[in-house]
Design a protein around this ligand. Sequence first.
Ligand SMILES: Nc1ncnc2c1ncn2[C@@H]1O[C@H](COP(=O)(O)OP(=O)(O)O)[C@@H](O)[C@H]1O
Ligand SMILES: [Mg+2]
Length: 261
Amino acid sequence: MAHIIVVGNEKGGSGKSTTCMHVATALARMGHRVGALDLDLRQKSFARYIENRQAFLARSGLTLPSPLYRDLPEGDASDEDRLAAAMAGLGPQSDFLVIDCPGSHTRLSQLAHAMADTLITPLNDSFIDFDLLARVDAETGKVKGPSIYSEMVWSARQMRAQARRKPIDWIVLRNRLGSQQMHNKKKVGAALEELSRRIGFRVAPGFSERVIFRELFPRGLTLLDLKDTGVDQLTLSNVAARQEVRDLIAELRLPGVTPNF
Ligand SMILES: Nc1ncnc2c1ncn2[C@@H]1O[C@H](COP(=O)(O)OP(=O)(O)O)[C@@H](O)[C@H]1O
Ligand SMILES: [Mg+2]
């Protein structure tokens, strides 16, 4: 059975597709077989990202390790059956299956969450994004209770427990960390620490805010590929960004993965 990594957050623009591409590509580059599914059927950014990579590699005559993408089967079958069929197709050829979710609540996304061995939730470093995880007292900054997305993960955890599967390892990744806004960063960090203990997730330091992320998508590249594509002198910012990807892979503590890039 492939180890299933689901990337979810019921909010657009938090970095789910970017995270999917970086995690999937990093694992492929380390020699693992990686299958990819995109449940954001409207935007399909993860699918597009991988398509762009294939097109770029074909144009430039390069071969780089890549995830294997499959569309969800079309048709009248139930969401359960479509997801099961896609997973059955990719599973046997994959050590890891990376699944991107839409930024809204859908049945497919909920089903995928219940299948997750590892769940990664990227979060923009602001209280607007934090609000999906928990309600916070405006005056004291104290966490008042879980909110919609955390409740959904909780019910996914219940479903897994009933099916006697091992618990989801949930990692909240702080994305788009700025070099300014120290005050906001500290407050969000403290609230996340408190919440992580209450609802059971680990906090991973994620990616800083960097323009390079937007430039990589059209060629389907990740920060780890730059050296192999003719860029021989990485900027300091690119080196730091690449290190953030490596740190994330280490922090995920995936089975059979020794971060050795
Ligand atoms: N750390 C970052 N720094 C700068 N831009 C980022 C960062 N992470 C994501 N982005 C950009 O933000 C936009 C939304 O990211 P995306 O991964 O598509 O989010 P989602 O899938 O959650 O909607 C994209 O244009 C992406 O390039
Ligand atoms: Mg997306």
